[in-house]
Design a protein around this ligand. Structure first.
Ligand code: AMP
Ligand code: FE
Ligand code: FE
Ligand code: ZN
Length: 281
């Protein structure tokens, strides 16, 4: 069984629409694929309707969270699987973060314009195509303008990485974990050790999250070095958490292929068994 538990579509900052993503997942030889767009479940229906025979879709999302236990606070991502998408508190929180993302993107565009770069909010919104707006959509505009060549280049410190970085109003990580669980879902900490993405949280926080009901840690992720993967595996063993592996596919915004990293069948089965909601597979 080939299982990839973390992918993005045009419902957030991926470049492949949900339906095509399912076809591509089957073509990549996957048996199970999770759709985990940032702060939204809007792609699920389109993905489910296009599911090729033999491919299992695990509906999920990736919540933009923040740990406020240190100052300045540290952003982190929680994957939520098999949640009830109609759970009122969860849906309201996701809507709040998405609207914060809109205001933040407008501010980034304003700052770029103030410095003479001819990008517009209309253009960025067009790239987002109704999905959750993120910095990769602003990166599109910078590529179109010719000031950078790739999304990765647009995330360098002189661009969206630092100079034009504006924080968004993320969900408190304990609140996010509580919402995923309240909605019947299973929570996995995405790329917890990815130092190349920025600051990471200490293991003590992961111990606290495990006590609060976190189910797993994503160890095999393109942004983790071999040492980081080994550390995450050790921590998961100590805390009796399940371990996942995933590509975090984003289409042409990144270079990683679907199924480049995978989850062991035993971990996947344990994850599905933990789901309590109506979306249990
Ligand atoms: P945002 O959620 O708007 O803060 O933007 C973060 C998103 O940008 C991540 O989910 C990635 O998809 C993407 N991203 C972050 N860093 C990079 C990078 N170095 N190269 C390409 N994409 C990146
Ligand atoms: Fe992303
Ligand atoms: Fe992430
Ligand atoms: Zn992701």
């Amino acid at each position: 069984m080939r299982i990839d538990l973390h992918t993005h579509s045009t419902a957030s900052d991926g470049t492949v629409p949900p339906a095509e993503l399912m076809v591509a997942a089957a073509a990549a030889g996957l048996d199970v694929v999770a759709l985990t767009d940032h702060d939204t479940t809007a792609g699920w229906a389109r993905a489910a309707a296009a599911l090729p025979p033999g491919l299992v879709l695990v509906p999920g999302l990736e919540m933009s969270c923040r740990w406020f236990g240190v100052s300045p606070s540290i952003p982190l991502h929680l994957l939520g699987y098999l949640v009830d998408p109609d759970h009122a508190d969860l849906a309201a929180e996701l809507a709040r973060v998405r609207s914060s993302r809109l205001r933040r993107a407008e501010r980034i565009v304003d700052r770029l314009r103030a410095d003479g770069f001819d990008v517009s909010w209309d253009e960025v919104r067009r790239y987002a195509d109704g999905g959750t707006v993120g910095r990769p959509h602003i990166a599109n505009a910078l590529i179109r303008l010719g000031v950078v060549r790739t999304t990765a280049e647009a995330f360098r410190p002189e661009w969206l990485g630092e100079r034009y970085r504006v924080p968004k109003e993320d969900t408190d990580v304990f609140a996010g974990l509580g919402l995923i669980r309240a909605a019947g879902g299973v929570a996995v900490f995405a790329h917890p050790r990815a130092t190349r993405r920025g600051r990471i949280v200490p293991d003590e926080l992961i111990v606290e999250l495990a006590a609060a009901g976190l189910a797993g840690l994503e160890a095999d992720h393109p942004d983790h070095s071999p040492d980081e993967r080994a550390h995450v595996r050790g921590l998961a063993a100590d805390l009796d958490l399940l371990v996942t592996g995933s590509s975090d596919f984003h289409g042409s915004h990144k270079t990683v292929a679907l199924g480049a990293e995978t989850t062991a069948p035993e971990a996947y089965e344990r994850l599905v068994a933990l789901a309590a909601g109506s979306w249990r597979l």
